[in-house]
Design a protein around this ligand. Structure first.
Ligand SMILES: [Zn+2]
Ligand SMILES: [Zn+2]
Length: 173
């Protein structure tokens, strides 16, 4: 069973393939679309950023680290439509716990009410939050997932700067 290249979760049902990467669903594939480009960023650049984040304070609660990527799992359903989403976040372990509890509650109340995906996927998403809660631990050294995440954020940042630079100057009146 392979892991999603974006959120790091095991791909249990289906999955989307893009080049040689695999993702849980279209949402993860869209979010991870730049991963193919990100492998070209030099290792030194990525490693120094990874270490900074890992040793830094939590971007959510400003509490102490170590900081890593932690994924929480949500689903909601409405009769025939089900929408599930895996959200990786850079945070400390206690913020990760909080996010998983909130998403587990969301799954429990809003996940089931769709057929067939709500009934099939709600226990999967719930289970993943519960496993995440039990297994949540501080990571030392930083996980490989954090490195991937940093690469991705560097590419999106570069793209954003490029777009800013290529914006045509306003036409003088
Ligand atoms: Zn995923
Ligand atoms: Zn935190």
């Amino acid at each position: 069973m392979s892991n999603c290249s974006y959120c790091g979760s095991k791909i249990i049902l289906g999955g989307v393939r893009s080049f040689d990467l695999r993702f849980c669903n279209q949402k993860c594939a869209q979010s991870g679309a730049l991963l193919n480009v990100s492998i070209h960023i030099p290792d030194e650049v990525v490693q120094s950023k990874v270490i900074n984040i890992h040793k830094g304070s939590c971007p959510i609660c400003a509490g102490p680290g170590p900081i890593d990527v932690h994924t929480s799992y949500a689903i909601w359903s409405a009769i025939v439509v089900s929408c599930w989403k895996n959200t990786p976040r850079i945070s400390c372990v206690s913020c990760a716990r909080k996010a998983r509890i909130e998403d587990a509650i969301r799954c429990f109340f809003f996940g089931w009410w769709g057929f067939p995906n709500g009934i099939i996927r709600t226990p999967i998403q719930l289970g993943r939050n519960i496993v995440g809660l039990i297994k949540a631990k501080t990571t030392n050294p930083p996980s490989a997932h954090l490195e991937k995440f940093v690469r991705l954020s560097l590419v999106s940042e570069a793209r954003r700067m490029q777009n800013l630079n290529t914006t045509p100057p306003p036409i003088p009146r």
